[in-house]
Write a protein that binds this ligand. Sequence first.
Ligand SMILES: Cc1cc2nc3c(=O)[nH]c(=O)nc-3n(C[C@H](O)[C@H](O)[C@H](O)COP(=O)(O)OP(=O)(O)OC[C@H]3O[C@@H](n4cnc5c(N)ncnc54)[C@H](O)[C@@H]3O)c2cc1C
Length: 368
Amino acid sequence: MRIVIVGGGIIGAALADRLAPAAEVTLVEQDRPGAATSGASYAWLNANDPADARYHSFRVAALDAWRRVAAGFGDPGWCRFAGNSAWAVAEPERDELAGRVARLRDLGYPAEPTTAAGLREVEPSLRPPAGAVVARFPGEGHVHGSAAVEALLGRARDAGARVLTGTAASRLNVRADRVTGVRTATGDDLVADVTICAAGWRSPLLLSTAGAGLPLVDAEAPGSSAPGLTATTTPVPGLVNGVVHSPGLDLRPTPEGGLVLEAADLDAATDLATSRAELDARAAELLDRARAMFPGLTARLDRVRRCVRPLPLDGRPLVGPQRPGLYTVVTHSGITLGPYLADLVAGEILGEAAEPALAPYRPDRPTP
Ligand SMILES: Cc1cc2nc3c(=O)[nH]c(=O)nc-3n(C[C@H](O)[C@H](O)[C@H](O)COP(=O)(O)OP(=O)(O)OC[C@H]3O[C@@H](n4cnc5c(N)ncnc54)[C@H](O)[C@@H]3O)c2cc1C
């Protein structure tokens, strides 16, 4: 079977890795693999929202898939299950965190109320203020997106996949309602039995060339919630082991010992019109908040990146056939879900049997 995958982010890379041993796979990436959203993501591996029990257990299965991937690569530095530490100081956040821990525990998910002293046993640098509500989620982790993409595509190449970088798919080729592959920007036609759209937030543009749509939040609209902001710092080895959610600042380590910084308010204020100067000012604010958390922190900003979520209108994955010969895999939380989705999608494409776990997430379902 000939399969063309458009997009070399975490979704395309996980799919190429999973499909290459059994099919003739070609992946086309217009830039560098991992250069877009996946490489700049906060990339917290979690099933931390108990609101939708079915989607929660889907994400728990996705964490297991990552554990298998990590084991297959010999537990690499780019994928760590070092847990998540969170605290809240003010209402309503205190109530929300305590309630979430209780509901997750009811679902059998590892979520533990703890204290500042208890937290210091696993994260000695963290100092939640007295009276904070503190929680640990020991089964969660984080991934360094670009390294993960590189490793997955390396293994896909070893299994025979072709990876064409700097190669844009300018359109889907359609014959008698069947998608037969892609036309590249250089005018070459890549012929496929199945073409997979894994082009992240740019997927609607590609799909429109075959008359297909996708219910994503419009990333280009002013004030859109799809674009976000992350910044990384120079190395400060050993400061934190895992993911941290604190009032006004989220952070996690990079494999080089730096920090990835993110904050919900600064993220929400970022859209595609935000100027470079404004992005830099917000990143400086992130660093100030990190200095307030770790007095004496000497790290400087390393990279400041705007990145765009492929954000389905109802927040859930969009996975499945859209036309004969065309299969779409686009999702928020794609870092958490990538390897699990790749397992399920490979089962459907190679086994030709519909995967029940994907039934709620078809792209043609009614969305708000
Ligand atoms: C600020 C932020 C924080 C996030 N935090 C988390 C988190 O904590 N946990 C989590 O699980 N997820 C998180 N996400 C979401 C997650 O990062 C994304 O869901 C995931 O990276 C999407 O991966 P992707 O492969 O679909 O997209 P991308 O990584 O964007 O890859 C798509 C690729 O397709 C290429 N492409 C597009 N069009 C074409 C074309 N026509 N031809 C060829 N190539 C093309 C692009 O160049 C790109 O490389 C976050 C996202 C953001 C923005």
